[in-house]
Design a protein around this ligand. Structure first.
Ligand SMILES: [Zn+2]
Length: 285
C-alpha cells in the first residue's frame, strides 16, 4: 500500500520566516473530518475549526500575520468567527497562539492551555524570537481527567511534554450523520523535535533530558491509540499539502488508520537518534 501520510521535510517549517510574504503560502480551507476543517489558510501551521453544533471550537490560531486568512477561510466555508466559544491551544509557541487575542476579543471565546505551558507562556511572553508573543490571557487550564465538552464533541486532552514542557494532545470522536460512520481523531501537541529536544537545547533552557525521554515513551504509547484521522499541527507532519483534495469538502482522503502510529513512531525515533548512548541504533530494531 502506498502511504500518503508520513512525516515529511517539505514544505520547510517556516516558523515565522518570510511572514512578510505570507500570501505566497496560502491554501484553502479544507475539511479533515465530518465536522472539522483546517482554516489556518497557509501551508505551515494548522488551525482546526470544530463545529460542535452549539458553537465553534478552534484548536490553535496560527500567526498574527496570517489571521486575516483564517478569518477569510472561516467565512468562505460558512462560519462566523464571532461564534468561536473555545480556543484550545496545543502549546505556548507564537505560531500557534498569536491569533488568540484578536479572536478572543472578536468572539469572547474562552482560552485554554495546560498549566505547565501557562507557566512557560508567562516566562516567555516578552520573547521576540522567532516571533513575538501577542499578549493574551488564559481562562482555563486543561484537566486531563475531564474531557472538554461542547455540543457533539467530547475532547480528551493529554499532556505530552517534549516540544514544550506543557504540550498537549487532543483526541475526540466525530460522526458523519450521512453515513453513520464515527471516526477517531487526534492531534499531537508538538512533534517538532529539533532543536527542542537536543541535549544542548534542553540544557540551555534549564530543562532536564528526562523531557526528551518522556516524549519518546509517550509517543510509543500514544502510537497504539486507535486513530482514524490524524490532525497534523503543521502540514509537513503529515505530508498533507500534496494530499489536499480538489474537492476541499471531501475529508475521506484523511481517513488513514496507519498515519498516527507511523508518524508518532517516526518522531520517537528522531529523538532516540539524538541520544545514541541511551537508545540502541536503528539496525537492532
Ligand atoms: Zn512549537
Amino acid at each position: 500500500m502506498e502511504k500518503k501520510f508520513f512525516y515529511a521535510q517539505v514544505p520547510p517549517l517556516r516558523c515565522g520566516k518570510d511572514l512578510d510574504n505570507r500570501w505566497k503560502y496560502e491554501i484553502p480551507a479544507y475539511r479533515v473530518a465530518p465536522h472539522v476543517w483546517n482554516v489556518g489558510g497557509q501551508d505551515d501551521v494548522c488551525a482546526y475549526l470544530l463545529d460542535s453544533g452549539e458553537g465553534l471550537i478552534l484548536i490553535d490560531t496560527g500567526y498574527e500575520q496570517t489571521l486575516y486568512m483564517l478569518i477569510d477561510r472561516m467565512w468562505r466555508i460558512g462560519f462566523d468567527p464571532k461564534n468561536i466559544k473555545m480556543i484550545l491551544l496545543s502549546h505556548w509557541h507564537g505560531d500557534h497562539v498569536n491569533g488568540c487575542r484578536f479572536l478572543k476579543e472578536m468572539s469572547g471565546a474562552e482560552v485554554w492551555l495546560s498549566a505547565v505551558d501557562e507557566e512557560q507562556h508567562q516566562l516567555h511572553k516578552d520573547d521576540n524570537h522567532p516571533q513575538r508573543i501577542v499578549p493574551y490571557t488564559v481562562d482555563h487550564l486543561y484537566d486531563d481527567s475531564k474531557p472538554i465538552e461542547l455540543g457533539r464533541f467530547q475532547i480528551h486532552t493529554r499532556l505530552c511534554p517534549g516540544h514544550t514542557p506543557g504540550a498537549t494532545s487532543f483526541r475526540f470522536d466525530d460522526t458523519d450523520e450521512e453515513t453513520g460512520q464515527t471516526y477517531h481523531c487526534a492531534m499531537h501537541g508538538g512533534l517538532g523535535v529539533f532543536p527542542m529536544m537536543a541535549p544542548e537545547t534542553l540544557a540551555k533552557n534549564g530543562q532536564s533530558e528526562e523531557q526528551a525521554h518522556r516524549f519518546v515513551r509517550d509517543c510509543l504509547e500514544m502510537a497504539q491509540w486507535d486513530v482514524d484521522i490524524m490532525l497534523a499541527s503543521h502540514l509537513n507532519q503529515g505530508n498533507v499539502l500534496p494530499n489536499i483534495p480538489k474537492d476541499t469538502n471531501d475529508y475521506h482522503v484523511f481517513v488513514a488508520g496507519y498515519a498516527w502510529g507511523d508518524i508518532l513512531r517516526n518522531r520517537a525515533r528522531a529523538v532516540m537518534d539524538l541520544y545514541p548512548d541511551t537508545y540502541p541504533p536503528r539496525e537492532n530494531e
